[in-house]
Design a binder for this molecule. Structure first.
Ligand SMILES: Nc1ncnc2c1ncn2[C@@H]1O[C@H](COP(=O)(O)OP(=O)(O)OP(=O)(O)O)[C@@H](O)[C@H]1O
Ligand SMILES: [Mg+2]
Length: 381
């Protein structure tokens, strides 16, 4: 590349930052030294978050979610790798020079200030014009649905209201991206669910990128455009909620998101792109996608709600597995059955309690489980 070309590209990159992804992590590693030992909190994360996206980092405690966020926000420098915000390399740039704002689980409002003062704080400190402050704080309080409560102090409000003040306080600075680390962690379930819908609405309204950290899979599924499932410092799968649920890439993702059944079987034959697996005597599983080779041992997954229970052997091109009902649990909306197969493996089945439900399998019954070939497929590891 000539110097002129390189210069032109640099200029284009600067001017055209609107089309660049909001956040890019490239091979980010973060190591800590704790008591003379090196701890790898993040072991090599590469991901791209689009402008305006609601993106979640989901994973169990200690998998590196907060560390990844702190690296994006600039509170931590990566040990290796780079961070780009809107096309610019910001590795080493301090947090206050980055166009992102972070909201933490403990939202720490100023207790001696009322709602208005809490939200206006950042703008006042930056010496923003008074009329402008009035306009922006007013507008933000409308968006988070707290107009009329300007005079309240944090302790005079519910947890959900305080969380919305914290949100307004971050959004009023007009960040291009908002990083939220388990912001609903302190709220009870009902309020959490209400706030999830609220957060999604606010994100749509302000139209900026949200990066959301949670260890709650239903929360991530509810709100996100895309989810990165993290495990032990690495991203195991990055995809839409539907894809993560319907097509978990690894055994870890399958187990972490919802309930999943894993079955092992040997490929008996492959015909017209569909594999027939043997999973014990009389039982077969059909796999339509990436069916593998004859003789190969595959681990396949199938979700509990895709399975039908019947007394008779099912007919047609379906997976059909024999077992004995070990447990039936009534859960209102559906029944949960635990069915033991001949080899000892257990399969969970959810059957909806419809008005015309005829399914009456009971503990001890010998049953057949069946499902469509498209509902099971082989997974890695
Ligand atoms: N300052 C630190 N010094 C040493 N080890 C650290 C430090 N911060 C984090 N770790 C370790 O790095 C790993 C990842 O921590 P991190 O806080 O990113 O996890 P997390 O996914 O946010 O977990 P949680 O859901 O519990 O908040 C953990 O094993 C943690 O103990
Ligand atoms: Mg954390």
């Amino acid at each position: 590349m000539t110097q002129t070309q390189a210069g032109a590209e640099a200029v284009a990159a600067t001017c055209d930052s609107s089309s660049a992804p909001a956040i890019e992590l490239d091979g980010v590693v973060k190591e800590y030294l704790a008591h003379g030992e090196v701890v790898q909190a993040v072991k090599g994360v590469t991901l791209t978050i689009a402008e305006g996206e609601f993106f979640s980092l989901l994973g169990p405690s200690g998998c590196g979610k907060t560390t990844t966020m702190r690296v994006i926000a600039g509170f931590e420098d990566p040990s290796r790798g780079t961070v780009r915000l809107h096309g610019h390399d910001v590795t080493g740039v301090p947090p206050n020079k980055r166009d992102v704002n972070m909201v933490f689980q403990s939202y720490a409002l100023f207790p001696h200030m009322n709602v208005w003062e809490n939200v206006a704080f950042g703008l006042k400190r930056r010496k923003v014009d008074r009329a402008e402050i009035r306009r922006r704080v007013g507008e933000m309080l409308e968006i988070v649905d707290l107009a009329g409560r300007e005079k309240r102090r944090p302790r005079e409000m519910s947890g959900g209201q305080q969380q919305r003040v914290a949100l307004a306080r971050a959004l009023v600075n007009n960040p291009r991206a908002l990083l939220l680390d388990e912001p609903l962690g302190a709220l009870d379930l009902k309020l959490r669910q209400a706030m999830q819908i609220e957060l999604k609405r606010i994100q749509r309204e302000v139209g900026i990128t949200f990066v959301y950290v949670t260890h709650d899979q239903s929360e991530a599924l509810t709100m996100s455009d895309r989810i990165a499932v993290m495990n032990d410092g690495l991203v195991e799968q990055l995809a839409s909620p539907r894809e993560i649920y319907e097509r978990p890439a690894t055994a870890f993702v399958a187990g972490f998101i919802g309930t999943s059944n894993l079955l092992k079987g040997v490929v008996d034959r492959v015909a017209s792109g569909c594999a027939v697996l043997r999973v014990g005597q009389e039982s077969r599983v059909l796999v339509a996608e990436s069916p593998g080779r004859e003789g190969e041992l595959l681990t396949i997954t199938v979700r509990p709600e895709k399975i039908t229970i019947s007394a008779e052997e099912p007919e047609g091109e379906v997976s059909a597995v024999r077992g004995t009902v070990r447990e039936v649990v009534y859960l209102g909306l559906y029944n949960s059955y635990t069915v033991a197969l001949a080899d000892g493996a257990e399969v969970t089945v959810f059957q909806q309690n419809a008005l015309d439900s005829t399914s009456t399998a009971e503990r001890g019954d010998a049953v057949w489980l069946s499902w469509q070939p498209r509902h099971s497929y082989a997974i890695g590891r």
